[in-house]
Write a protein of this length. Structure first.
Ligand code: ADP
Length: 567
């Protein structure tokens, strides 16, 4: 600001000086070439007209004429800078304090020559006016500048506030984005550079969100597939580290519930080293085709594993996938079937061998003796009967297992059915000296059953009771309504109890297996096929009932059958 002030003043003094110099020329031309009071008067007149001070100085510095007072009273002016300058160069200027007019004056001096005469005409103006003017202008300028600065500051403040707010919004937005949190909508606030950034960041967030959503759906789909699979799936890296395994795989490998298994070497997870070995072989051998191994899983399971190498789009192997099938049940059934075939062959061969043996003997000389022949024929008859029973039982069982026997369900009264059975077996019980009795509780409802099948069940059970009870023993058949638990359909309970030899506790669970007998020789002796209880179990289950056997060795056996009551 002071600089502006000074420059302004200097500029004004400059122009004023030039004007004053021109005035000095004019004044010089107008003034007579005289001195003393004559010139003083002329000077004073011109000075009032022009509003300046006029002085005429001789070449020696002596004042010849003066507008403000008498020239005689003035001292020598030879030392005044403007005078010396004008005398030397033709014109001169200076700003000085004048003792004569007691003011700061601007002087302009001009050297005037006529023939060989020389004088210096000097015109002066008080600078007070100029200074005052400059001060006022300076005030205006300062005020203007101050106002402009204030305005500028205000605008800058407002603008920077808005900018700061937008920047803060951008920062908060990108922080949420980086943290993976859901972001609000972000659009450009204004069409400037920051707006461009806002728009791009907003678009980027939208793209990221949609990509994440897509990935999540993909991931959930994969999880659902893996969860729903009945097979165990294990994926490992080439080094054998498990990267993925589903719940079924965890179950098959019997991993503890809390153990995730991912990130661990396969060797540590599987009890059977064959699994890790399969993965290792697959990973090492580049051209390995899918391979199978059967291994021991957790909880005594048998697991079949198909393994294959996983390859990326570039064909480079990056891992191994192992699919685990639980083949425990399959293997068990295989064993059962094999045993069954062996058992059937064995059971069939025994009577056949006997029949063949006796027939051959009969064909020989022994056949001539009538008495012997009759005895042998009786044996053949017994064995063929047994063979027939065996085949009947096998057919019954196989039909039951295949579900070929359709049950003709109808309400059947238990009492008459039991009486029928005891009637059929009366001869047998009498022969064995075993007493049979029945007790039907009053109000026992009829059962919903196939009458013939129910009789078959009862025959098998009562026949067993008679067979395995020594002479003098007792067989009791009882029936009663069994409305066990509330909410369950009403049932009828039939008990077949004997006072026989009993069954060892460890054999109880196996009684209903085909061809299972506690004492093979004795069973055969008594004409048993070993299929009776298996048939009973099947029929009872087909009716929606249940079978339970409990026994005390040497004391007796109790078989309990429950069948649904006919409503
Ligand atoms: P079987 O034709 O040999 O009698 P079952 O299937 O009827 O075959 O019975 C299987 C085995 O269960 C019999 O061999 C016998 O050892 C045992 N068993 C069945 N019922 C009784 C019973 N009431 N008392 C003692 N043992 C029995």
């Amino acid at each position: 600001l002071p600089v502006v002030g000074v420059m302004l003043e200097r500029h004004q003094v400059e122009t004023l000086g030039t004007r004053l110099l021109a005035e000095a020329h004019a004044v010089g031309e107008a003034l007579p070439w005289a001195s003393g009071p004559t010139l003083d008067v002329a000077c004073a007149r011109l000075a009032t007209d022009l509003g300046v001070r006029v002085t005429v100085i001789g070449p020696d510095g002596k004042v010849l004429g003066e507008s403000t007072r008498s020239s005689e009273s003035l001292e020598d002016h030879a030392d005044r800078p403007e005078f010396r300058e004008a005398l030397g160069d033709g014109e001169g200027r200076s700003v000085r304090w004048s003792d004569t007019v007691r003011d700061r004056l601007l002087y302009a001096a001009w050297r005037q020559t006529r023939a060989n005469e020389v004088r210096v005409v000097r015109v002066a103006l008080p600078l007070t006016a100029v200074t005052a003017n400059a001060a006022q202008v300076r005030q205006f300028v300062i005020l203007g500048i101050l106002l402009a600065s204030l305005l500028g500051l205000g605008v800058a403040f407002v603008l920077s506030r808005a900018m700061l707010r937008r920047l803060q919004r951008l920062i908060a937005f990108s922080e949420r984005l980086a943290a993976g949190e859901p972001t609000p909508y972000l659009g450009p606030e204004r069409a400037d550079e920051l707006g461009l950034l806002e728009a791009q960041l907003g678009a980027m967030a939208a793209r990221v969100a949609s990509t994440i959503a897509e990935l999540r759906i993909e991931h959930e789909r994969l999880e659902a597939i893996l969860r729903g699979m009945n097979e165990g799936v294990v994926v490992t890296q080439l080094d054998g580290t498990v990267v993925l395994l589903n719940a079924r795989a965890r179950e098959l490998l019997a991993l503890p519930r809390e153990q995730d298994g991912r990130g661990r070497p396969l060797v540590e997870l599987a009890r059977d080293p064959a699994l890790a070995e399969l993965a290792r072989v697959l990973a090492a051998d580049d051209v390995a085709a899918p391979r199978d191994v059967t291994l021991e899983g957790g909880n005594g399971r048998t697991i079949q594993v198909n393994g294959a190498v996983l390859r990326g789009l570039d064909g480079e192997p990056f891992g191994v996938v192992l699919v685990l099938h639980d083949v425990t049940e399959l293997r068990r059934l295989e064993v059962v079937r094999r045993d069954f075939v062996a058992n059937v062959s064995h059971e069939l061969r025994t009577p056949l061998t006997a029949i063949k043996g006796y027939a051959e003997t009969l064909l020989g000389p022994a056949g001539d003796d009538r008495e012997t022949a009759r005895r042998f024929l009786a044996v053949i008859d017994r064995h063929s009967e047994r063979l027939g029973r065996l085949i009947d039982d096998l057919l019954t069982l196989s039909n039951l297992e295949l579900g070929r026997t359709s049950l003709r369900l109808a309400p059947v009264l238990v009492g008459p059915a039991i009486d029928d059975v005891l009637q059929i077996l009366a001869a047998r019980s009498a022969q064995s000296h075993v007493e049979c009795s029945t007790a039907i509780a009053p109000g026992t409802p009829p059962v919903l059953a196939d009458g013939d099948r129910l009789r078959q069940v009862l025959i098998n059970l009562v026949d067993n009771a008679i067979k395995y009870t020594p002479a003098g023993g007792h067989v009791a058949v009882r029936a009663a309504s069994a409305n066990g638990r509330p909410g369950r359909a009403p049932q009828v309970e039939i008990l077949v109890e004997d006072t026989g030899i009993g069954i060892p506790a460890q054999d109880l669970p196996r009684l209903t297996e085909r061809f299972f007998r506690v004492d093979k020789a004795r069973s055969r002796e008594l004409g048993g096929t070993g299929l009776g209880l298996a048939i009973v179990k099947h029929i009872v289950q087909a009716h929606g009932g249940s079978l339970a056997i409990d026994s005390t060795l040497g004391t007796g056996t109790r078989v309990r059958v429950r069948l649904p009551a006919a409503s």
